[in-house]
Design a protein around this ligand. Structure first.
Ligand code: BES
Ligand code: MN
Ligand code: ZN
Length: 506
């Protein structure tokens, strides 16, 4: 097993705007909407319909198709097309104007999931505008994912090897390139989250970051355990000290010659969270390999930002440690000193994310960012509040928080604003240190964690904190373009924020 953890064979893509009926593919994907009196073919399906004799909508009605969102129907072509199969995916009610991008992404993703195992597939979904084209391409690529690293018996079908897109939109090429950059980022996060924690120790995650960063032409700096002790990163050192696998802090920098602003991205990279001496119940540990989802999202966003080249400087920090119990582990009531000098009484070693993030937040302020965004699988309370599909954002200014919810919406991710009530700060008062890492308070755990992080951000630096505890890992069934396991959440939002900052939208 190598020290780095990227093993993807990425999907190859091509653009072929016309004659989908003569393409040498295993299947053609078309869309159908739900009309008042049955299914209605969506734009893009015309040629397939003609080749099949013009009665496709009626045939679909006859087999009970409704056109509801993500409904899948398969039709044999019996030689009427080069492809033996037409896969028809539902798009819900037809919109008045353009299709909603998320509807297209989910439909394309569901279609590609249904076609796993095929070599070559054509996608002829509605893509008359550039936004529609990007959504179709991105959804298809996001849905075309499988994590096969540990499969030895061929029982799982691999993703489709090649996707041919029709995409009639004028800016189809650029749309496809952007979709590929974003999908590559999301796939990287999923691969890293899905990797078994025995194969992704802190040094492996740091080595992967080095490889990804260098390949993308970025500047990468890794602090090892000795450098972290020497540098005074007490949070990362404290959390990592119970593990045989020492911690790391990675800094990745992207620079643009005409940038006027700097964005700092900070990600929580706990490669496994056992809770430490404040040990978690064993069932709660089952998904704790995903506790580095924030760091993975930051790394992946840096990769996509390097590819898309927005006019902004971006610096990414990955705060990486393994939280384990042992004779060298930190104890409840230990006091550690965060980078910059603030002391923290560690009353619960399972509230470790905020400790590693505090170091990284303080370090990131040295880059004098105009905006800081941190991403962390920080609290179980996030899941209690918002469930598995909606992330939470808190922040020290309305603009920072709104900038994130707005960017997320445009990127196709769900993020909901949450407050940081100042009165919660006193619940973190420590008997001995500047602050405690947990409160005695039973409620509002997500907000308390946010209040803790806020302590480490200067009041004059715009900052938002995204808690992705629930959305980072899908323990349920796949849906739309989201597989089981690592979802890749937040990477797309971070890229959008960088682009927004480049165009001065926030
Ligand atoms: N990594 C967990 C949060 C988490 C829980 C992420 C479930 C994803 C799914 C975090 O380090 C943690 O353990 N938080 C504690 C904090 C508590 C001790 C104050 C929690 O939420 O229970
Ligand atoms: Mn924890
Ligand atoms: Zn954690």
């Amino acid at each position: 097993m190598g020290r780095t953890s990227i093993e993807r064979v990425s999907t190859s893509t091509s653009l072929h705007p016309d004659s989908v009926s003569t393409l040498d593919v295993n299947a053609v994907v078309i869309g159908v909407t739900s009309g008042p009196s049955g299914p209605v073919l969506a734009p893009g399906a015309e040629e397939v319909d003609r080749a099949l004799g013009g009665g496709l909508a009626a045939s679909l009605g006859a087999i009970g198709a409704t056109g509801d969102a993500e409904e899948i129907n398969r039709l044999p072509t019996s030689g009427a097309l080069s492809a033996p199969l037409v896969l028809v995916v539902g798009l819900g009610k037809a919109p008045k104007g353009d299709f909603d991008p998320e509807t297209l992404r989910r439909a394309a993703g569901a279609a590609l999931r249904a076609l796993a195992g095929r070599d070559r597939v054509a996608v002829a979904l509605p893509a008359r505008t550039d936004a529609e084209a990007e959504a179709v391409a991105l959804g298809a690529l996001l849905g075309n994912y499988a994590y096969l690293r540990y499969r030895t018996n061929g029982s799982r079908r691999p993703p489709v090897g090649e996707v041919v897109f029709t995409l009639p939109a004028p800016g189809a090429e650029a749309a496809l390139r952007r979709a590929e950059a974003l999908a590559g980022a999301v796939h990287l996060v999923r691969d890293l989250v899905n990797a078994a924690p025995c194969d992704l120790h802190p040094e492996d995650l740091a080595a992967t970051a080095e490889e990804v960063g260098r390949t993308a032409g970025l500047e990468v700096e890794v602090l090892d355990e000795a450098a972290l002790v020497e540098g005074g990163y007490g949070g990362i050192v404290g959390v990592g000290q119970g593990s045989a696998n020492p911690p790391r802090l990675v800094r990745i920098a992207y620079r643009h010659p005409s940038a006027t602003k700097t964005l700092a991205l900070i990600g929580k990279g706990i490669t496994f969270d056992s809770g430490g001496l404040s040990l978690k119940p064993s069932t709660s540990m089952e998904t704790m390999k995903s506790d580095m989802g924030g760091a993975a999202a930051v790394l992946a966003a840096m990769q996509a930002i390097a590819a898309l080249a927005p006019a902004v400087n971006v610096v990414g920090y990955l705060a990486i440690a393994e939280n384990m119990p042992s004779g060298t582990a930190q104890r409840p009531s230990d006091v550690l000193t965060i980078y910059g000098g603030t002391t923290v009484e560690v009353l619960n070693t399972d509230a470790e994310g905020r400790l590693v993030m505090a170091d990284a937040l303080v370090r990131a302020t040295e880059d004098e960012p105009d905006l800081m965004i941190d991403v962390a699988t920080l609290t179980g309370a996030q899941m209690v509040a918002l469930g598995n599909r909606v992330s939470a954002v808190m922040g020290n200014t309305d603009d920072a928080r709104t900038g994130v919810t707005d960017a997320a919406g445009r990127a196709g991710e769900s993020v909901w604003p949450m407050p940081l009530p100042p009165e919660l700060r006193k619940s973190l008062d420590s008997t001995v240190a500047d602050i405690a890492n947990v409160s005695g308070e039973r409620w509002g755990g997500m907000l308390v964690a946010g209040i803790f992080l806020k302590e480490f951000v200067p009041a004059d630096v715009a900052w938002a904190h995204i808690d992705i505890a629930g959305p980072s890992f899908n323990s349920g069934e796949p849906y739309g373009y989201t597989p089981k396991g690592g979802t890749g959440v937040a990477a797309r939002t971070l890229v959008q924020i960088a682009e927004d900052l480049a165009s001065a939208a926030i």
